[in-house]
Design a protein around this ligand. Structure first.
Ligand code: NAP
Length: 289
């Protein structure tokens, strides 16, 4: 199995994530052609018009025939059905990977279709994105200097991992591997919880009946904190449900932190508040610096 460039990549779901990958791979000359597939023909026509893909097939089972790599970039709730259709068309050598934001649920879906022990499925997750979605939001630089996490199972072949690694590196990313369990725990804290907080804050403020002009007085801090509440609701519903237990565990920890700060306010404990703020500022400055 060659790990450098390949002939054909098939992208299922040509939205922000799949479309950006296709554009980056084209720019890097990683493959001769990119075939798209998905739910809505209009999206696929638009993807051809924008030069994101070379051609498309509305039937996933047809689109995957002859592909060297199939990359599934649909919402998590649509993965199982996409795998079913891939299975109807693929031969044994095709490497299948995905971009889903939670990994244990995708592995369960893949194993239920391809069978446990299938060596050519490589679970993956690019740690890159924006609050926008759809093919019109795709851009070739999305993955440049960003990280991609692969979570191979003990049955995943090294050759398949190497092929998917080469693809993401061609798109400009650096690739790490870890267990799916660890991935889901880490991302529950750094991505899934922040999205819930942003959605929750905007909804909470919107429900304040007595202060209806509240958003008129929102400034930069509010914009920064809530930018991700403009993300796609269906995608985030699926992510939260797919990684439900880890997200709930993180929410409990965050609730404890909020309780601590609530008590500090009740008790006029400025020292306690300052201690938390200083610690958080140090960590955030180091992360961004
Ligand atoms: P997106 O821009 O909304 O694109 C999703 C694509 O999937 C669209 O082409 C859509 O086609 C297609 N699709 C939607 N529902 C489908 C279904 N039921 N069956 C088949 N195709 C369907 O979303 P995205 O941001 O690219 O996210 C795609 C995947 O990447 C998700 O699994 C997400 O968890 C993951 N991810 C997202 C980010 C992020 O920040 N956005 C980051 C990392 C990973 P239509 O035109 O028919 O809607």
């Amino acid at each position: 199995m060659s790990t450098s460039g390949v002939d054909t990549v098939c992208v299922i779901g040509t939205g922000l994530i799949g479309g950006s990958l296709a554009l980056a791979l084209k720019r890097a000359g990683f493959c001769r052609q990119i075939i798209g597939a998905g739910r809505t023909e209009q999206t696929l026509i638009r993807a051809v018009e924008l030069g994101v893909i070379d051609s498309y097939d509305t039937q996933i089972a047809n689109a995957v025939v002859g592909a060297d790599i199939v990359v599934v970039c649909v919402p998590l709730g649509a993965m199982h059905a996409a795998f079913e259709q891939i299975n109807a068309g693929k031969d044994q050598d095709i490497v299948v990977t995905d971009a889903g934001s939670a990994k244990q649920s995708v592995i369960r879906d893949a194993e239920s279709i391809f069978g446990a022990g299938y060596p050519n499925f490589v679970p993956g997750h690019p740690i890159a994105g924006t609050e926008r979605s759809g093919v019109g939001a795709a851009f070739a630089e999305l993955y440049r200097q960003r990280r991609v996490i692969l979570t191979p199972t003990e049955d995943t072949s090294t050759a398949a991992v190497d092929r998917v690694r080469a693809m993401w590196e061609a798109a400009g990313a650096s690739v790490d591997t870890m267990s799916a369990e660890h991935h889901d725990l880490v991302l529950a804290g750094t991505s899934h919880l922040p999205h819930l907080l942003a959605f929750g804050l905007v909804d909470c403020l919107n429900n304040l009946e007595d202060i209806d002009e509240i958003f008129c007085f929102a400034a930069g801090g509010f914009r920064d904190f809530t930018r991700i509440a403009s993300s796609d609701p269906v995608m985030w519903r699926d992510i939260c449900l797919s990684n439900r237990e880890q997200v709930m565990a993180m929410m409990k920890r965050y609730r404890d932190e909020m309780e601590k700060m609530y008590r500090a306010l009740e008790e006029y404990d400025g020292e306690k508040l300052k201690e938390v703020f200083e610690r958080a500022k140090r960590v955030r400055d180091a992360f961004c610096g």
